[in-house]
Ligand binder design. Structure first.
Ligand code: FE2
Ligand code: FE2
Length: 329
């Protein structure tokens, strides 16, 4: 049997458990928080005072903070790209409406609240140029992405396991920084979003754990492939208005590194966590090729840590059209 057919069988086997995964890792729509729960209520008489207070507190936050929060928001707002990508993975039946497409739709419904909430906060804050942000968002969706997984479910679940943890880390750090600057409401917003990302990380990494039980060598080869070629960020094609595709990504990433929201050493930590979570060291009954892949993988975090130590991040913030420097500290 071809490796693709085995993957389809494994996906079908896991599909029988989808309802359990949904119950365990997602929250019923009527019970989960909504963006409005953390924003000034526009139906209330006190709306304008609440917005005024939000804007006053926002004045203390520094430039790199805004750039990072804007980039994170745009990344969340490009959700249509991620949903359409996952819907095309082998074993996910969009038209047949199988269990996997149900999972992807429910996951998308949860994720959609993140961009919605952050966007409304940014709009109310008065610290950013919303029109420039909107143009970037539209560009990013139009540019799409290529995460190097193809339609392979194994590679895609490695990618989502990694990314959900990466977004957990970055939203959680933004939350901590907001708190340091006395912005408790923004801190709460980012904490709530980070909580969702962690739940999603648990779900996707559980899918991988289950695949390891039935198809260990192929799962390991897929994991190794993704680590070897490196996980690209979903906002890899980020650009500002009037600029070329991808031209804003590195500067955004530098801002995030400079304020410690998401760094090269976080990347290595995530890799190490996944290696431990999936107990790569203990896998048995592997093919020769998979054994070699394991040797390579086990040494990779230490090797990458050495490389990341040598990285130099420019000390000065790049100026973005999204955030007018005169409006921030
Ligand atoms: Fe998200
Ligand atoms: Fe997520």
């Amino acid at each position: 049997m071809s490796t693709k057919n085995i993957r389809l069988e494994v996906m079908q086997f896991l599909e029988n458990k989808i309802d359990g995964f949904v119950d365990q890792y997602l929250i019923p729509i009527e019970k989960i928080w909504q963006p409005t729960d953390f924003l000034p209520n526009s139906e209330s008489e006190t709306f304008f005072e609440e917005v005024k207070e939000l804007r006053e507190i926002a004045k203390d936050l520094p430039y790199d903070f805004w750039v990072t929060l804007v980039g994170d928001t745009i990344t969340e707002e490009a959700l249509p790209t991620y949903e359409s990508w996952l819907m095309d993975v082998d074993g996910v039946g969009q038209v047949e409406q199988n269990g996997w497409s149900k999972w992807v739709r429910q996951w998308t419904g949860e994720e959609n609240r993140h961009g919605d909430l952050l966007n409304k906060y940014l709009y109310l804050s008065g610290r950013v140029n919303m029109r420039e942000i909107e143009i970037t968002t539209q560009h990013l969706i139009a540019d799409g992405f290529d995460i190097g997984t193809g339609r392979d479910p194994y590679k895609n679940f490695v990618y989502t396991s990694f990314q959900e943890l990466a977004t957990y880390i970055s939203h959680n750090r933004v939350s901590q920084i907001a708190k340091q600057y006395g912005d408790n409401k923004l801190s709460k917003i980012c904490k709530m979003i980070a909580g969702d990302e962690m739940r999603h990380h648990h779900a996707y990494s559980e899918f991988v754990t289950q695949i390891f039980k039935v198809d260990p060598s192929e799962m390991l080869l897929a994991f190794n492939y993704m680590m070897k070629q490196k996980i690209v960020m979903p906002a890899q094609f980020l650009r500002e208005s009037g600029e070329k595709i991808s031209s804003a990504f590195l500067n955004f990433s530098d801002s995030a590194q400079r304020i410690g929201v998401y760094t090269a050493s976080d990347y290595v930590d995530i890799m190490q966590k996944l290696i431990e979570k999936w107990e790569i060291e203990k896998l048995s009954g592997l093919t020769d090729e998979a054994e070699k892949a394991r040797d390579y993988l086990m040494k990779l975090p230490a090797r990458m840590a050495k490389v990341s130590e040598r990285l130099v991040i420019p000390a000065e913030s790049q100026v973005f059209k999204w955030v007018e420097p005169a409006l921030t500290r």
